[in-house]
Design a binder for this molecule. Structure first.
Ligand code: NAG
Ligand code: NAG
Length: 392
């Protein structure tokens, strides 16, 4: 009796330890969500209802000075609490600080086709919306997986595979394609360079059933990564590192797709070398001189500098750094797990040239500027290849 009690006590202790490590952020049975609204986990965490989340998303849109991204991270159910880990990407890998792969990058850049990006967006934006809970939010992602799968198949590439990353508590999946690395060194070959964007869309006035074509936000970013993948798939280039294309579900409601993908990679110890998040890249406000914004917070500073050098080498537009704010897009999901990430965008939240139709039924093809979007694709292509080939 005493013995078995001691045994139970020990088992309970182990269970406690295990649960402390593995499910630090439980799902609340009442359906409340655990969110973080600022950088300090001590003071910036709240338990809120799903209805409250929709209200926050809506209010944020009504306030133009803080309207980019959700502004909060939904941490509900994550097994690894980033705040407990306090990871820092600064020392994990060495990165290039300048262009050295011109002989590979230039020919690839010349194959990027703005008409292909336009035609991709023309279809991707016809779904009523790509909201993470709606039927068309799922159908649009089934179409996206078919589309990227057929790119790989038509190019005859067995080394490229595409799949869904399913999410446990909402129906919209994320989409991931992997182009396997070719370095003879398995450490290098297994490291992953990611081209990412978020593939959901939202109409903040009527999230559940409003029309949200999401051409600029963030169809334009997805179009950039898909076009980069199409060009790489049809070229003779075989990357040293592995290259992946990520289209994240549910960014607009708390970076939920990317948080889940980043945590999964972290938990498995999958080595992610660098991530380039492609935020909106399709709208140029009449009268302004177009340029590329590089997000300057919640990113890896060395990689931002690299982006600046690569833009000087490969791109016809100037760059400028911008502060995006807490949880403004999916790069933050990687940064919080200690992975080097950067993000490009047409504007920061304090800039007055951001697309005025974002998060509405008017974020449509008539405002899409293919020449502008093409420059972002060039820069991200350069980043992906320079990172994939770097020998530090
Ligand atoms: C990158 O290369 C260019 C051209 O060679 C050079 O002007 C620049 O100083 C270099 N930047 C860095 C950070 O080394
Ligand atoms: C493979 O690459 C890693 C990372 O750069 C390096 O530390 C290691 O020495 C390399 N292995 C060989 C056999 O060259």
């Amino acid at each position: 009796m005493a013995l078995s009690l001691a045994c139970w006590g020990l088992m309970a202790l182990f269970a406690l330890i295990a649960s402390a490590q593995a499910s630090f952020l439980p799902t609340d049975p009442s359906g409340l969500r655990l969110i973080q609204v600022g950088p300090n986990p001590e003071t910036d965490r709240r338990l809120v209802s799903p209805r409250e989340i929709l209200r926050m998303v809506h209010e944020r849109h009504e306030n133009p000075s803080v309207m980019m991204g959700p502004g909060f991270v939904d941490l509900t159910g994550l097994e690894y609490d980033p705040a407990e880990l306090s990871l820092d990407a600064t020392n994990t890998y060495t990165y290039p600080n300048n262009a050295t792969q011109q002989h590979i990058v230039w020919p690839l850049i010349q194959e990027l086709d703005k008409d292909k990006m336009t035609s991709f967006l023309g279809t991707f934006s016809t779904f009523h919306n790509r909201y993470y809970m709606s039927p068309t939010g799922v159908e649009s992602h089934e179409w996206l997986l078919d589309h990227v799968t057929s790119i790989a198949r038509q190019a005859g590439r067995n080394d490229i595979s595409c799949r869904f990353h399913h999410h446990v508590d909402f129906p919209q999946p994320s989409v991931i394609c992997t182009m396997r690395g070719n370095s003879p060194n398995s450490t290098i070959r297994n490291q992953i360079v990611v081209c990412s964007a978020h593939s959901d869309s939202i109409n903040t006035k009527q999230p559940l059933n409003g029309r949200a074509p999401g051409v600029d936000d963030d169809g334009s970013g997805v179009a950039g990564c898909v076009e980069i993948m199409r060009v790489l798939a049809n070229s003779n280039y075989r990357p040293s590192r592995t290259i992946e294309f990520h289209a994240y579900a549910a960014e607009e409601v708390g970076l939920r797709g990317s948080a889940s993908v980043a945590q999964t990679y972290f938990a498995k110890g999958t080595p992610v070398y660098a991530v380039a998040q492609n935020e909106m890249s399709g709208y140029v406000k009449p009268g302004i001189t177009p340029h590329i914004n590089l997000v300057n917070d919640n990113v890896h500073q060395g990689l931002v500098s690299l982006m600046e050098e690569l833009a000087l080498e490969y791109v016809d537009l100037p760059t400028r750094r911008t502060t995006c704010g807490y949880a403004c897009s999916d790069h933050a999901s990687w940064t919080q797990y200690g992975i080097g990430a950067v993000a490009t965008a047409e504007a920061g939240p304090k800039d007055d040239w951001v697309n005025p139709k974002m998060h509405t039924d008017g974020d449509d093809m008539d405002l899409f500027n293919p020449d502008y979007a093409l420059e972002f694709a060039k820069l991200n292509m350069a980043f992906i290849v320079e990172c994939a080939e770097f020998r530090g």
